[in-house]
Design a binder for this molecule. Sequence first.
Ligand code: ATP
Length: 689
Amino acid sequence: MNLTSRGDPARDMMVVVDKAYKRYTPYSVVLRGLNMNVPTGTIYGLLGPSGCGKTTLLSCIVGRGSLDSGNISVNVKSKRSIGYMPQELALYTEFSIRETTLYYGRIFGLSFEQIHSRTKELLTFLDLPSEDSIVGKLSGGQGRRLSLMIALLHDPKLLILDEPTVGVDPVLSASIWQHLLTICATGKKTVIITTHYIEEARQAHTIGLMRGGTLLAEESPNQLMARYNCNNLEQAFLELSKKQSIASGTQDETVDVTESYPSPEDKKTVVTPLQSTKYISKARITAQLVKNYYWMKRNKPIMCFLLLLPLVQCFLFCTCIGRDPRGLKLAVVNHEFEGGLNRCMQYPSRGCNLSYPLSCRYVENIRKKTIVITEFPDIASAKEAVRHNRAWGLIYFAQNYTEALIERISEKDKASKMAMELSDVHIYQDMSNQYIGNLMRRDLLMGYVDFLQDLFRDCGWPPQVADIPILMEPAIYGNNNPSFVHFTAPAIISLFEFYLPMIFTVGAILMEKMAGLLERSLVAGITIPEVILSHIVVQLVVLVIQTAIMMFVLFVLFDNPLIGSIPWSLTLLLSIGLAGMCYGFMVAILCDTDTAATFMGLGTFFPLAMLSGMIWPLEGMHWILRSVGWALPLTLPTEAFRGISARNWPVTHPTVYKGFLSSLGWIGFFLLMTYSSVKLKKGLRAKSK
Ligand SMILES: Nc1ncnc2c1ncn2[C@@H]1O[C@H](COP(=O)(O)OP(=O)(O)OP(=O)(O)O)[C@@H](O)[C@H]1O
């Protein structure tokens, strides 16, 4: 494609920007009908005050940002012909120089030999230390030079440099300019450079002075200075700015120009060149995978944390939650005989001697059941102990308890009213803790049934008469003494499976986004599907290890029930992990700071955990919440996992396949949201620089 300038049709143009409009919000218009012509084979110095939109314009030229209206033409065929040095360092600080050049070199499509020879050449030219040096340990100036080296690595036709000389000493700065002049001298290379050091831009062939979203002037430095009769560019820029302010009748360049902004029907066809290539390249995917491998290799503490976290969490869960509480204190007030419970030792605990106090036998029976007995002389002092948290309840036996109980058993409906009353055991509980209260009640009731059955058996009476006439047959699924851990284990593994990859994904992508690494890779030619795919591959490896650790702790070490298909269990868990990962992509794209991402992650964690029936069954929720809860990412998959693990349901069972469908649906939804957010945000440049 041969471009010609609007003003000078005879000249070949590398970049032509025609009436470019762009704003981030209706009140922050950055480009206001900007025109720009960059002749091929020249250096174009783009100057302007901070925040005037230079970086925005460059990102549109390299195809990362899109215009609202206008046209940009770039005379190159692919992104490989562009070398881009962003304003921020945008380099992996954990990598060595060799690893950095290898990564970008492979993205640019260079062979290993080309990368090696070019690296050697540029290291010498830019006066950088050895290839083994770690980027994070370089000085600020060395870092900037390495960033420039990456932009020069593939010898591009068009070099776009956003403030390359910041933090570089004057000698090196001069040699960089000299190098740029040399490469442009052949007439084949073009450089667009922004700088705050206006005077150094004197060496450029053309200067574009940007202010208020337009170019105030676009000509050679000498013409510019001659026109305003100045001997330096700074003065010329000041003169121009004054002129523009007078012309627009205001000094305020943030003036609201929403009225003059093109309305949707006025907008011209927007041509944004060099949009990301749609296909997936094996070489670029490999470069990304190798890059991720290097990252993991260099961040061993983070990797250890990611592998130890599920281990510790599952271990803590199994050891801290769901076990029956032990050593619960119960106050006993026994008015059956003088001298207290110590006297119980005198009586045998078995046999059918009905002259021995039966309260002793019952108390002995419940003593075995995780309950610690403390004796009190009267109800008032026992209640006081409960009030002062020294006991979870009190149990009271009246005087003549044994005689009354025997009369109640032997006389049945003929037993006196007094016998009926005295044979009642009175229990007062602290029910402020529902779980402990219910457990103690269960043990007191079951202990009573056991005690009575033993007595009946010893006396040769049918023990069934003493039992509640309900027979608990073997449970169809699970056992008749269900554990809270068995109920929550599938939910816990699903929750970890969803959130661990989410945390890792948000961390990795957001770090790359905030440091400008993602943007740089995208400009270099990496596509969003490649970023997602390579991340998924790496993350799946981590996830498989994390899942194996969690399965081992939950189902082997702590023997939670897993009677169904292990391959289907793993597939379901990985699909939940994939949904978590895709949620991570969405959060990382939507949030510009790690604080925002933390709030978003934490903000969804508790509602998800509560509304998904993990802490409490869905059946116990308000009907409005229940009608929403089923649709959340963890509800149906958790039920499906419970179906497979505890009930051995096949994948054709509706509960199980609905879990798979839910995960797949959420994966699709999160990916769609990620894609739409990328489109809506018009790029992946983090707002806060
Ligand atoms: N992603 C974004 N979302 C919203 N506003 C943005 C975004 N990126 C930049 N801006 C705003 O657009 C304006 C132009 O920013 P830009 O970075 O293009 O300026 P600049 O001329 O490169 O500044 P500097 O010389 O300081 O780098 C600024 O007001 C900035 O706050």
